[in-house]
Design a protein around this ligand. Structure first.
Ligand code: SF4
Ligand code: SF4
Length: 300
């Protein structure tokens, strides 16, 4: 692989291997063009590495300010202040801080560095016999499409089982390439109605449905994930309309995630607090039953 191979920004890599004969990694990529009202992962929104200062241990020496090659960090009334628009993520401030008061959120990775982390170290090691699985998650992974597609190609060459999580909000050509390298697709669909989809996520659903339709036509292993948000798309009428659309497109497997409250409550100031957990639980079970009655299989 050439030295010019692309870089991406990730939040973290987790290892979760519930079965003894497999190793499962999950890589969370930063960057998402959607503004979902239930999102509780603001660190995934920006593709950039963000610097978070800890004022309680900062001694205001301003070494970071002097060392910054841009005006990414400035002295404002003897307090440090991050100007993320100017920050280029060089990490000089993080490295020079004598107190460790600056924490980077995210890091840059190359395909080679990721493969070095994911592949078993020694060929003779027992780990080498284990099945390798990796989930690429976000954010929206295709917001870093050049990297993601190149990484997936490498992962398949190394015999990984690949799982991709997407909102489907991507260029159709990139999306088709993603499908060709993906063994299992988790496709999140917020709403069947374009205007409502826009209200929930900041984008309409035309391109998303086009990509979903392509996925269902060409790819057998797909789970559609519906984020059900209280008072937004949690009516049984919504379940029926979701089922109508999904069965028409050829989907057969769904899962749901229920959000009683949104991560950022200010986005939804009208949320009621009078629904109890058991009421919400019952409602969601009925919702799932409605989807199942229409022929959709429920996946946990
Ligand atoms: S990461 Fe680099 S550009 Fe950003 S604030 Fe720190 S020194 Fe400045
Ligand atoms: S270098 Fe560290 S301790 Fe000094 S002002 Fe910057 S954040 Fe504070």
């Amino acid at each position: 692989m050439s030295n010019k191979s692309p870089l991406a920004t990730i939040l973290k890599i987790e290892t979760n291997s519930p079965f003894p004969d497999e190793i499962h990694y999950k890589i969370q990529f930063k960057g998402c063009p959607l503004n979902c009202i239930w999102c509780n992962s603001p660190a995934l929104k920006s593709k950039k590495i963000e610097i978070v200062p800890n004022e309680t241990i900062c001694v205001h020496c301003m070494a970071c300010v002097s060392d910054c090659p841009t005006t990414g960090i400035i002295n404002l009334n003897n307090q440090i202040h991050i100007q993320s628009n100017y920050c280029i993520g060089c990490m000089s401030c993080v490295e020079i801080c004598p107190r460790g008061a600056l924490k980077p959120i995210g890091k840059k990775v190359s395909i080679i560095s990721l493969l070095n982390q994911l592949l078993p170290k020694k060929p003779s090691n027992d780990q080498n016999k284990k099945k390798l699985q990796v989930t690429l998650s976000g954010g929206e992974i295709l917001s870093q499409s050049t990297f993601i597609l190149a990484l997936l190609k490498q992962l398949k060459e190394h015999f990984f089982f690949t799982i991709c999580e997407t909102t489907g909000y991507a260029k159709p050509d990139d999306f088709k390439k993603l499908l060709s390298y993906t063994d299992l697709l988790h496709f999140s669909l917020a709403h069947y109605n374009s205007q409502k989809h826009f209200e929930m996520t900041g984008v309409s659903n035309e391109i998303i449905l086009r990509n979903l339709s392509t996925a269902l036509y060409t790819h057998k292993n797909i789970t559609i994930c519906i984020p059900i948000v209280q008072m937004v798309n949690d009516d049984l009428e919504d379940a029926k309309k979701f089922a109508d659309l999904l069965t028409r497109l050829g989907a057969n497997r769904i899962k749901v995630k229920y959000f009683k409250k949104c991560g950022f409550e200010t986005y939804l100031p009208l949320l009621p607090s009078d629904i109890t957990t058991s009421q919400a639980h019952q409602k969601i079970l009925t919702y799932i039953e409605t989807l199942k009655k229409e022929g959709l299989e429920y996946s946990f």
